[in-house]
Design a protein around this ligand. Structure first.
Ligand SMILES: N[C@@H](CCC(=O)N[C@@H](CS)C(=O)NCC(=O)O)C(=O)O
Length: 205
């Protein structure tokens, strides 16, 4: 059976949401992300999400997994046909979220130890990460001012991915107060039945 490996509330939430949205017959398994976790035997990077296919091939990276999952339901409104402009736009947002928002901002906020051995420097790295996050959210706020979802006025895999980072941003102090369109987006995201089911399944309801 195909299995998605997740950690509650991590960026694997996006793939879990897509599985729920599309009612895909995929098992979801929670793993530990500690350095000594047995999960590292399956995935030496020790990161989630990862999708283990029936033939034991392991797929990683949200930018690959989310399109792969959507393509299991050809024609789904969560994605767009090969060669279409909308498909490129959706993939553009997936890339932006993975690089500018996740790695470019949240990694400094959540994992300052990856940038310096000096614990005294953590607060400065976190604070720079918050600045970078605010910058990275601006184009998304602009995009969502006047439309509900990122592409094509319908919920797509780009929105499934975005929901993770807006949720994290809501916990980053008062930052989201400056982003009313993103706050409204988070309300719409959490109001989706599939998202609510996913959050409940991850123990986050
Ligand atoms: N670029 C990867 C990032 C995956 C990633 O960093 N996942 C985090 C959870 S949000 C993780 O597993 N962290 C554990 C670690 O880095 O040790 C993707 O988008 O799939």
């Amino acid at each position: 059976m195909t299995t998605l490996f997740i950690y509650p509330g991590a960026c694997s939430l996006a793939a879990h949401v897509v599985i729920e949205e599309l009612d895909l017959p995929i098992e979801v398994e929670q793993v530990s992300l500690t350095p000594d976790s047995p999960y590292r035997q399956l995935n030496p990077q020790g990161r989630v999400p990862a999708l283990r296919l029936d033939d034991l091939t392991l797929l990683t990276e949200n930018t690959a997994l989310l399109p792969y999952l959507a393509d299991l339901r050809p024609g789904t409104p969560l994605f767009a046909p090969a060669g279409s402009v909308e498909r490129a736009q959706i993939q553009g947002w997936l890339g932006y979220l993975a690089t500018e928002v996740h790695t470019g901002a949240f990694r400094s906020i959540n994992r300052p130890e990856r940038f310096t051995p000096d614990e005294q420097a953590y607060a400065g790295i976190r604070s720079k990460g918050l600045e970078r996050l605010a910058e990275a959210l601006k184009p998304i706020e602009a995009r969502l001012s006047g439309q509900d979802w990122l592409v094509g006025n319908r919920f797509t895999i780009a929105d499934a991915h975005l929901g993770v980072f807006v949720g994290w941003s809501a916990r980053a102090g008062t930052l989201l107060q400056a982003f009313p369109a993103l706050q409204a987006f988070l309300g719409r995201y959490r109001a989706r039945e599939a998202v609510a089911r996913t959050l409940a399944a991850e123990g986050l309801a």
